[in-house]
Design a binder for this molecule. Structure first.
Ligand SMILES: NC(=O)C1=CN([C@@H]2O[C@H](COP(=O)(O)OP(=O)(O)OC[C@H]3O[C@@H](n4cnc5c(N)ncnc54)[C@H](O)[C@@H]3O)[C@@H](O)[C@H]2O)C=CC1
Ligand SMILES: O=C(O)C(=O)CO
Length: 339
């Protein structure tokens, strides 16, 4: 990792910072107090030229939801640090960053509980058919008591299968196990030592072989990062191994799922329903069948989208950037030192 050297005479060195997604005013003020800042969103056609010009000078980038790929990096010869306002790092050319010694920072931890709330909201909405039944009321179709054809399925006491058991997966597991009495099974790269990392889940969550998890889970929740090893991981084979009537929730990244296979599992079994916060292409194309499928509850990638949490993410990303540009080790570097 190459970090900027501290100034030898003790004075702060102003650097060039490019903000490529809006920052809250208080966080922007922290940056402008110390550095020369350009705000330009490359997704906005009228800001693209400003973005390109600032990129050529930038020592630091901060933002989210825009791919900082090898071609973008090639146009940033002075770059020292990229600070993402997200925990997911799939928008960044990791190899190119590493090859150039550019520090990558992200925002783990501060969004866990909010994202887990969102995932649980999807789980509740799909199982109890909340969106569909609310629509029935709004459209004046509540003219008599609903019949069995519109009943939902229980959540409490049912088995949760988690694909991914990291910070957010564990926050989902706490809600399920401690709040809803749900047995939890998880699949991850390696078992988690619950005694030291999540003692409240001891005896309540188990690391299970994937076929066992898929065969037993009433709810399968994917909370996976997108990487070479997870792209397309949730495919026809996995859907076919799920329990008849299972509900699938994706709160991680859309491209970890083969969407055609998901549609097939909805239309031909075994899935009863799906709740999706993320999609392979975002925003979800109008032509996608997932947008209108009657048993899909789609959301526009809102996992962390509360005022409090988005502010906390922006603050952590700003701190990361300031620390890295000052030659210090940032609070949250990717990959973390222990990885
Ligand atoms: N919908 C939304 O708004 C949000 C989505 N996310 C997504 O959620 C992801 C997870 O976030 P965290 O829990 O903080 O990450 P984390 O790094 O703490 O946990 C990741 C988990 O996935 C597992 N995993 C990774 N590769 C795997 C593989 N090939 N097979 C099986 N398991 C594998 C790891 O073992 C770990 O249990 C983020 O990378 C991001 O993509 C994060 C925040 C908000
Ligand atoms: O942080 C992330 O990775 C998101 O998807 C948005 O919070």
């Amino acid at each position: 990792m190459s970090l900027a050297p501290p100034s030898t005479d003790g004075s702060a060195v102003r650097k060039q910072v490019l903000v490529f997604r809006e920052l809250p005013p208080d966080q922007l003020a922290r940056l402008t107090a110390v550095h020369d800042v350009t705000v330009a969103n490359p997704r906005k056609p009228d800001e693209r030229a400003l973005f390109d010009a600032a990129l050529a000078q930038a020592h630091g980038l901060i933002g989210s939801s825009f791919p900082i790929d090898a071609a973008v990096l090639a146009r940033a010869p002075r770059l020292q640090v990229v600070s993402s306002i997200s925990v997911g790092v799939d928008n960044y050319a990791l190899d190119a960053l590493q090859a150039r010694g550019i520090v990558l920072c992200h925002t783990p931890g501060v969004l866990d509980e909010t994202v887990a709330d969102s995932v649980f909201a999807l789980l509740m909405a799909t199982s109890r058919r909340l969106v569909e039944l609310s629509q029935l009321v709004r459209e004046g179709r509540w003219t008599h008591n609903i019949g069995e054809d519109l009943f939902g399925s229980d959540v409490h006491g049912k088995t949760l299968g988690l694909l991914g058991f990291g910070r957010i997966g564990q926050a989902v597991a706490r809600r399920a196990a401690l709040g809803f009495g749900m047995p939890v099974m998880y699949h991850a790269r390696r078992p988690v030592d619950l005694a030291t990392q999540a003692p409240e889940l001891q005896g309540k969550a188990i690391h299970a072989p994937l076929p066992v998890l898929l065969a037993q889970a009433d709810f399968v929740v994917a909370m996976l990062p997108l990487s070479d090893s997870t792209r397309g991981m949730v495919n026809a084979d996995l859907f076919a191994a799920m329990k008849p009537g299972a509900i699938f929730i994706n709160g991680g990244r859309g491209a970890t799922v083969v969407e055609q296979d998901l549609l097939h599992a909805l239309d031909h079994g075994p899935l009863r329903a799906a709740g999706l916060d993320v999609f392979a292409t975002e925003p979800l194309p109008l032509a996608s069948p997932l947008r209108t499928h009657p048993r899909v509850t789609p959301l526009p990638h809102i996992g962390s989208a509360t005022h409090d949490t988005r502010h906390a993410m922006a603050a952590l990303a700003t701190t990361n950037l300031l620390q890295a540009l000052a030659g210090e080790r940032p609070a949250a570097v990717y990959p973390p030192a222990h990885a």
